[in-house]
Design a protein around this ligand. Structure first.
Ligand code: UDP
Length: 271
């Protein structure tokens, strides 16, 4: 990748962004479920040039034991960027930023999970950023939530996430790296797919109250769209799986289409 220079403008006179998107337009998103053989659940996401893998292990015995929580499972998220994921080599030692992002991702996902079903256990979520081009914490949540469902962790809902930012006086959905670096602010958010309850809300830069309200409205619209893509990705992975195993396809597709589709997929064995 060539060294980056600050672009002359982030929005051109026609109102389009550097990659040609409208202000309310997402980058192309590709979600895949069950991409890793060793993990109990996994997913990948390509969101524009951002590319992330999420792997879930568990519920399993927790080590070290002093981290045990008696009445529920511990959701342990580890977000890491590969050394080659950014233009300047990322130092391999975990940074403060990576630790903070690991924590906010866990907090965004926890309300969607029935962790009380597995007291004293751990559910490990490993997130590896392979290529970073803006919005990695939100893309990580989009993938991790699918990986958790794929692992069969009982869930109330999936968790979509997106960042809305600001440049040259306009609000922009799903910031790319240059918009993040040279724009005027960034509001990453996540919500529970079923209720719309916000589980992540951060702010970088300054926003007037009205701007923040508008940004959240744009974010919610984008997250509803992402939620549909997440459901489609799960459906497509499990439809393929069932077809391979030769089970009754139609019956299974009906199950996936119920209102609580994702919770039922995850909790099926418990019923
Ligand atoms: N970034 C980078 N080097 C780093 C950390 C981040 O080049 O060590 C880039 C990367 O593209 C990332 C963007 O800066 O996506 C914005 O980072 P931020 O901390 O805002 O998190 P994100 O927007 O990825 O959730």
């Amino acid at each position: 990748m060539s060294p980056e220079t600050k672009p002359d403008f982030l929005i051109n006179p026609e109102g389009l962004r550097i990659d040609g998107r409208r202000t309310d337009e997402m980058r192309p998103i590709e979600l895949k479920v069950g991409v890793l053989k060793q993990a109990d659940g996994s997913a990948s996401i390509r969101q524009g040039n951002t590319y992330i893998l999420a792997a879930v292990y568990g519920p399993r015995e927790l080590h070290p034991r002093h981290l045990t929580i008696n009445d529920r499972a511990y959701l342990r998220c580890v977000y890491r960027m590969a050394t080659f994921s950014v233009p300047d080599r990322k130092r391999p030692a975990p940074s403060r930023r990576e630790r903070e992002i690991s924590m906010v991702i866990a907090n965004a996902l926890k309300p969607a999970l029935f962790l009380e079903d597995y007291p004293r256990a751990v559910v490990d979520v490993f997130i590896q950023v392979i290529q970073a081009d803006g919005g990695t914490r939100c893309a990580a949540i989009n993938a991790a939530s699918l990986a958790l469902a794929d692992a069969g962790i009982p869930m109330k809902t999936l968790v979509p996430a997106v960042a809305v930012g600001k440049a040259e006086g306009k609000l922009l959905v799903d910031l790319g790296d240059e918009e993040d670096k040279y724009g005027g602010g960034d509001v990453p958010m996540a919500m529970l797919g079923t209720t719309g309850e916000i589980t992540l809300l951060q702010q970088d830069g300054s926003f007037a109250k009205e701007e923040l309200v508008e940004a959240m409205g744009m974010g919610v619209t984008a997250m509803k769209y992402i939620l549909e893509l997440q459901k489609e990705a799960l459906k497509s992975a499990y439809t393929k799986k069932v077809a391979v195993e030769g089970e009754e396809l139609d019956e299974y597709e009906d199950d996936l289409e119920t209102d609580l589709g994702e919770a039922e997929i995850a909790g099926e064995e418990d019923e």
